[in-house]
Design a protein around this ligand. Structure first.
Ligand code: ATP
Ligand code: MG
Length: 305
């Protein structure tokens, strides 16, 4: 059976800049997947690609097993994908109720006759929105506006909800409420992809997490399967391009290899080296030598040349 959403080896570029190099993830109905990673890791871009808002340069994005690469954002929305962008994007001058009605446009998932009922259902689920239904949205608190942004996505009765940094700028108690809301959405069978900077809280609610670093997945698994290094990567990312130089021993010296490693791997290496009280270079050389021996390579060719 196909997952609701499958992203496979996704690649997205902006001009010449590679924003997403190789990202794969999948979401089933009723599953919450957290996408974690430092600033610039490619989290937002991944969500934009799923929604059809940026061009997919490589790999595939499938809904129910069917590729949606190249589909218009409206067509993707109609198939049940709702996107709550970072920064919420609500209309401050419109009332709460009118903002919710705006959520009905574009996707065409809800028939005109059912529109008001769908809005009422969301107002039912969010008491604060019902209380403020005729108030201009811009006069509500940040947490209330975030509930409105999520509510506006829910009026379309989505099957897949993409949440980009819903907790940004909000007080911890409000963030906890929003995570509880995500938990309830899962129970209703919606699949959720949640980009988050509140890593600890996201891991409490998520079924699985994907950690991105420089556009690549560096860790993927259930929260209790992620190591502390994986989680560190979610906060720290790679920063500047991590780079370890391998210098061959002098008697066989030929060239110096530059080996780019993901930040998580570099940190793991540094931790191991510290534990063993040895230089990082030495440990890396030993690890590589061991891996090459394990891969069954032979140095015969080199000797004969
Ligand atoms: N419109 C754009 N034009 C050019 N480069 C972009 C554009 N949007 C994003 N990028 C670059 O793509 C990379 C990934 O950006 P993205 O916004 O996906 O990261 P992110 O993980 O969401 O980061 P943050 O945590 O800061 O929101 C970054 O290097 C960013 O500078
Ligand atoms: Mg982002």
């Amino acid at each position: 059976m196909s997952a609701l959403l499958e992203v496979e080896s996704l690649r997205v570029t902006y001009g010449g800049v590679v924003a997403v190099r190789d990202v794969s993830l999948s979401v089933s109905p009723g599953e919450v997947v957290a996408v974690l990673g430092a600033n610039g890791a490619g989290k937002t871009t991944t969500l934009l690609a799923v929604s059809g808002l940026v061009k997919v340069r490589g790999g595939d994005v499938r809904l129910d097993g069917e590729s949606i690469v190249g589909s218009a954002p409206e067509a993707i929305a109609r198939r049940g994908v709702a996107h709550v962008p970072a920064g919420r994007g609500i209309f401050g001058g419109l009332t709460v109720a009118d903002n919710l009605r705006m959520g009905l446009y574009g996707s065409g998932r809800i028939k005109a006759d059912d529109a008001e009922e769908s809005v009422e259902q969301v107002l039912e689920a969010f008491p604060i929105l019902r209380e403020r239904r005729d108030q201009p949205a811009g006069t509500m608190s940040g947490g209330q506006q975030q509930q409105l942004a999520i509510g506006r996505a829910l009026v379309q009765k989505p099957r897949l909800l993409l949440l980009d940094e819903m907790s940004m700028g909000l007080a911890p108690a409000i963030v906890a409420d929003l995570f509880a809301l995500v938990g309830r959405l899962r129970e209703s069978g919606i699949g959720v992809v949640m980009v988050e900077q509140f890593v600890g809280q996201a891991l409490k609610v998520a079924d699985r997490a994907v950690v991105l670093e420089q556009g690549t997945v560096v860790a993927d698994g259930a929260p209790d399967e992620l190591s502390s290094d994986d989680i560190a990567a979610a906060y720290l990312g790679g920063g500047e391009e991590p780079d370890v130089t391998v210098r061959p021993a002098p008697d066989s010296a030929r060239e110096v290899l530059q080996v780019p490693l993901a930040g998580a791997a570099v940190r793991r290496l540094e931790r191991l080296a510290a534990e063993q009280g040895r230089p990082v270079q030495e440990l890396l050389a030993e690890t590589l030598t061991g891996a090459l021996a394990g891969a069954g390579t032979s140095d015969g060719e080199e000797r004969s040349s």
